[in-house]
Write a protein that binds this ligand. Sequence first.
Ligand code: MN3
Length: 246
Amino acid sequence: MNRRSALKALGLTAGLVAAGNALEVSGWAQAAAPPPATSPFTLPPLNYAYDALEPYIDATTMHLHHDKHHAAYVDKLNAAVAGHPDLAAKTVDDLIAGLSSVPEDLRTAVRNQGGGHANHSFWWLTLSGSGGAAPKAELAKDIDATFSSFAKFQEQLSKAAATVFGSGWAWLTLSHEGKLQIETSANQESPLSSGRTPILALDVWEHAYYLKYQNRRADYIGAFFHVVNWDFVSGRYAEAKARLKA
Ligand code: MN3
């Protein structure tokens, strides 16, 4: 890994864990004159074992989903930005948040492949075999205030995820106005492109569940709630909310 890839990897990880640090890291990375790089974007490793989410999400699905599907988004994003050092120097979240500044002939590739990379990088972090049973702290309070209870929130997110037509995602997001909301997106589109911060993601592409659940998407959605990393998601919300106030 060259120095810039290392910084980018650091920025990505830090950005998902500590937004304040990430801003400094990515600012520094962009200030340094980057050497030419052919593979600026890299596949982040899982921070748990492939079988950590068993029996809810099986190890074979995790291997295919991470090592093949996510890896393909990374490879195709790298191919798309080859010869565009200005795009390659950005974090994938910044690319997706600023699609309108991506040259038109590259925009579809960046939306699809960059979106796939950004969405999956976030998705892995929101899962855990031991991430707590329910939202914590401010997120718990604001979910109750917004959806009336955690149970009602689960019901609404499940319904949204079940009704995504074809491939896509269900999300809990935070808007600029500080509003928590459930939304869905098609294909690899990200709420980041509409200025909202993903707090929780649910991948409902068939590749996420078909090996174990076949056509039973509702069973997969029910299983998903057993493997949400609420510690991470609650921390993510607290950071996103603090950033709005800053
Ligand atoms: Mn997927």
